[in-house]
Design a protein around this ligand. Structure first.
Ligand code: HEC
Length: 419
């Protein structure tokens, strides 16, 4: 082993030693600093040689075991914008740097630090909606809470982008925005004496889920894009925005948060509404103890409902292990839409396709969710183990692939029907 290592060091030496200043710092800028910067969600900044050295062993392990960076989609199953996964070369570079002695290198090789961006990456939003009150976290562990933000735009409005700005970056782990026109969320708001209400796998019990009741999601590290021209998400007049926040205090106490979201109104005429088509199965039953239980859902695109998919958001809870979404053409050909082989409820992304995906009438979309309901699953919330079915709670499960789509012929779509 030693010999192999020293041969390796020689080989690297021949091409120049991998150094922090010339090589590794650049990978950290591109793939780590979205989160590993001062005051953000990651527990430490990775912006100096000292920091890299302090954490070198953990970095080596996290990269080796593919825990970091937390980019979930497996390469080759759909291509996504702003992929912050490591390429094979970047991975090798970090690992070789560590094995080669974690050299600093010449300080003159350092890249310019990343520019400090303003709060909103797309510039000033048209409207900023803020949680009406700040929320103090009572628990040191994960907390899931829905906050209700009323709107008053005077008419229906379309947005083509939004950006969440966490009030407290150290604890806000993910945010999903739902839309409620039923008034139910308002009724639940504050019932337990605190702002908002508890919710876990959705907008809360009793809030109708329709094609147009989701507005999108945000996780740390995610970039914000505008939709293509003519595409927008409808915010009906007077709609309440439900901001579902997953707080991850990681043991920190006395945390306060007041998160906000900047909305960008679509410029020009919107001819296509972006809605979230859920490919789901609500009738499954996961036996207690099952380690590898597969649940599938198939959705045939009906005649006249040809669509274009811009993004995809898989959704399962704590028993989820793997998630796969595929398009099956009428001739049987299977095209991958996304594959996550190491599901983590904490990193639920909304992934935007590099190229929009066509879904033609008679294509079928198939979701395959794999669950681990055994005691080997460290995240299993049930003790003793039990049969698990569909539901909103932490101990229930879901199997959904949300596809953010527009329909070619919108007037056929029964937008206001509950699912
Ligand atoms: C999208 C945000 C994000 C990105 C990008 C990211 N990290 Fe992290 N990292 C975190 C968070 C949050 C934690 C805290 C523990 C957790 O949630 O898993 C963490 C923890 C760590 C840890 C310590 C805990 C462990 O798992 O060993 C290391 C080391 C680490 N990250 C290295 C990296 C490196 C190296 C990169 C880039 C190649 C990177 N991270 C990219 C968010 C991120």
């Amino acid at each position: 082993m030693k010999l192999v290592l020293s041969l390796f060091a020689l080989a690297v030496g021949a091409f120049g030693q991998v150094t922090y200043t010339r090589d590794v710092s650049r990978v950290f800028q591109a793939k780590c600093q979205q989160c590993h910067r001062e005051g953000d969600i990651a527990p430490f900044a990775l912006d100096s040689y000292e920091a890299a050295m302090t954490w070198a062993e953990d970095i080596q392990r996290a990269v080796e075991e593919r825990r970091m960076p937390p980019w979930k989609p497996v390469d080759g199953h759909g291509e996504f914008q702003h992929n912050f996964g490591l390429s094979a070369e970047e991975r090798d570079l970090i690992l070789n740097w560590y094995r080669g002695g974690a050299e600093e290198g010449d300080p003159r090789d350092l890249p310019e630090p990343l520019p400090v961006t303003g709060e909103f990456r797309l510039g000033d939003p048209d409207v900023v909606l803020t949680m009406p009150q700040s929320y103090s976290l009572k628990r040191r562990g994960d907390t899931y809470r829905c906050f209700v933000i009323p709107t008053d735009f005077g008419s229906d409005r379309f947005i083509d982008a939004f950006q969440v700005v966490p009030g407290n970056r150290q604890v806000v782990h993910h945010v999903i925005l739902y839309l409620d026109t039923s008034g139910k969320a308002r009724q639940m708001d504050g019932q337990d004496g605190e702002p908002g209400y508890d919710c876990f796998g959705g907008p809360g019990d009793g809030i109708p889920l329709t094609l147009s009741s989701m507005a999108g999601g945000w996780v740390p590290g995610m970039a914000t894009n505008r939709f293509p021209e003519g595409v927008g998400t409808l915010l009906p007049k007077g709609v309440d925005i439900i901001m579902q926040i997953h707080y991850y205090p990681g043991g920190r106490t006395n945390q306060e948060d007041q998160t906000k979201v900047g909305m960008y109104f679509a410029q020009g005429e919107v001819s296509k509404r972006l809605v979230y088509l859920p490919i789901l199965n609500t009738t499954f039953r996961i036996p207690a103890g099952a380690e590898n239980h597969e649940v599938t859902a198939t959705f045939p695109i009906p005649p006249l409902f040809d669509a274009t998919a811009y993004l995809v958001a898989p959704h399962m809870h704590l028993l989820g292990r793997q998630f796969k979404l595929e398009k099956i053409r009428p001739n049987g050909r299977v095209e991958p839409l996304i594959f996550i082989d190491n599901w983590d409820f904490n990193w639920q992304g909304f992934y935007q396709y590099q190229q929009p995906v066509r879904l033609n009438a008679f294509d079928r979309v198939r979701a395959t969710c794999t669950f681990d309901n055994s005691e080997k699953n460290p995240r299993n919330p049930s003790n003793p183990l039990k049969i698990v079915r569909w539901g909103e709670g932490t101990e229930d499960e879901m199997c959904i692939g949300f596809l953010g789509v527009t329909f070619d012929r919108e007037n056929f779509v029964p937008f206001n029907q509950p699912l």
